[in-house]
Structures are given as structure tokens and as C-alpha cells.
Design a protein around this ligand. Structure first.
Ligand code: ATP
Ligand code: PMV
Length: 197
């Protein structure tokens, strides 16, 4: 019963490289739509929760944007992959459990299997969004290339296999995020209205 899903009206599945701004952009969407209408679901949430518990780590820091989580990233990836190999939908099911808002924003798809899970469960509602920016901008936000992480599936699994429904360029010299997000916000507001009918 715990895995039972309530049907969302729209599922926006975000992906992007480290420090591209997935959390920043998805928070902006939630701010524009409001938390009653829109929830942010992080596939890495249940992963980090379990990993922090088993390794006696600070969960808030693992969930935050700072450098703490980077010390553990390579090991967390391996740890999560063991689970995903047995059951590719494992973290998707946990992350969506109990979500009741009409609009779901999944902030961190990393593998084709993540997207395939949402496409198969919510074929009418799921749309994919890529957040991108230059390596220079990512570096300014704290990114440094790490072998075994930045060249692995966790970062590259969606590089070329998907035609995204939208691509958001999160750069200072790109059109403003509000402007770029406008079609997504319009669709989300329509979907939320239809949930009220
Ligand atoms: N448009 C922006 N304006 C100002 N700061 C930004 C912008 N986009 C991202 N940032 C900042 O850059 C940092 C990285 O962004 P964020 O955490 O959203 O990236 P991410 O893609 O979720 O990274 P990770 O995969 O490492 O979790 C954060 O400190 C965030 O506040
Ligand atoms: C371990 C992992 O979930 C960390 C994700 O952290 P973040 O979304 O970059 O904060 C990445 C992965 O699942 O491959």
C-alpha cells in the first residue's frame, strides 16, 4: 500500500550536469506555482537518507548545495547503483511515495531508466527538461571535474539518448529564467486548474 501513487496532472522530469542549477531552477518553479500545487521530488532524497543513516553522516549537508556531499558522491553513486541494478525503479518509487500535489517536479533524473520509469507510469503527463550551462559557469558555482564521477553514468547517462521537451540555459547572459520557464509555467498552471475542476 505504501507504494500507491496518487495521479499527478503533470510530471516535469529535470536533469542536468552537476552545478548546472537543477535545484535552483526547480525551486524557482515551485516558488512561482506555490507548494500546494507543486512539489519537488528528488530521486537522490531517499538514497541520501538511507546512505546517511548507514554511514552516520549529516543528511542536511548531503542534501544541500555545499562541498560536503562531494566527498561522498563517488561512494554514494556506487551504493545507489547496487540498489538500481536489482530494481531500476527503486528510488523513483520511494521519491514519489505520498506526493499529493497535482504538479510534480522531479529535480534530478540521471539515467535513462529514471526517465523510462516516469514515462511508463505517467505516459500522458511526463515531460523532460534539461538544465544546461557552460563548464565555466559550473566552475564558478564550485564544480571541478572529478574522474569516476563526471565521466560516469550518473553525470552522462542522459547526454545523448533523449530529445528533451525543453532545454533551459541557466547562464547570466541567457534570457531570464522567468522568460525561459514561461511555457512550462503556463502548462503547469493549466494542468493545476484542470485538477480543480
Ligand atoms: N541562476 C542562478 N543564479 C544564482 N545562483 C545560481 C543560479 N543557478 C545556480 N546557482 C547557484 O549555484 C549553485 C549550484 O546550483 P544547484 O545546487 O541548483 O545545482 P545542481 O545542478 O542542483 O547541482 P548538484 O547536481 O551538484 O546538486 C548553488 O549554490 C545555486 O544557488
Ligand atoms: C548519489 C547521487 O544520487 C547524488 C546526487 O546528488 P545531487 O543531486 O547532485 O545533490 C547521484 C546518483 O544517484 O548517481
Amino acid at each position: 500500500m505504501g507504494d500507491q501513487l496518487s495521479e499527478p496532472r503533470l510530471v516535469l522530469v529535470f536533469s542536468g550536469k552537476r552545478k548546472s542549477g537543477k535545484d535552483y531552477v526547480t525551486h524557482l518553479i515551485q516558488e512561482r506555482l506555490g507548494p500546494d500545487v507543486c512539489c519537488i521530488l528528488r530521486l537522490s532524497g531517499p538514497l541520501k537518507q538511507q546512505y546517511a543513516q548507514e554511514h552516520n553522516l549529516n543528511l542536511d549537508q548531503l542534501l544541500g548545495p555545499g562541498p560536503y556531499k562531494e566527498q561522498y558522491r563517488a561512494d554514494m553513486i556506487c551504493w545507489g547503483e547496487t540498489r538500481r541494478c536489482q530494481d531500476p525503479g527503486f528510488f523513483c518509487r520511494l521519491a514519489t511515495r505520498g506526493a499529493s500535489q497535482p504538479i510534480w517536479v522531479v529535480s534530478d533524473a540521471r539515467r535513462l531508466s529514471d526517465l523510462q520509469w516516469f514515462w511508463s507510469k505517467f505516459p500522458q503527463q511526463t515531460l523532460s527538461v534539461r538544465v544546461q550551462c557552460t563548464e565555466k559557469t559550473r566552475e564558478q558555482r564550485g564544480w571541478r571535474f572529478t574522474a569516476g564521477v563526471d565521466d560516469a553514468e550518473s553525470e552522462c547517462g542522459l547526454d545523448s539518448s533523449v530529445e528533451f521537451d525543453w532545454i533551459i540555459t541557466n547562464e547570466a547572459d541567457a534570457p531570464s529564467l522567468d522568460e525561459q520557464l514561461q511555457p512550462i509555467l503556463t502548462l503547469a498552471k493549466e494542468a493545476a486548474r484542470s485538477a480543480d475542476l
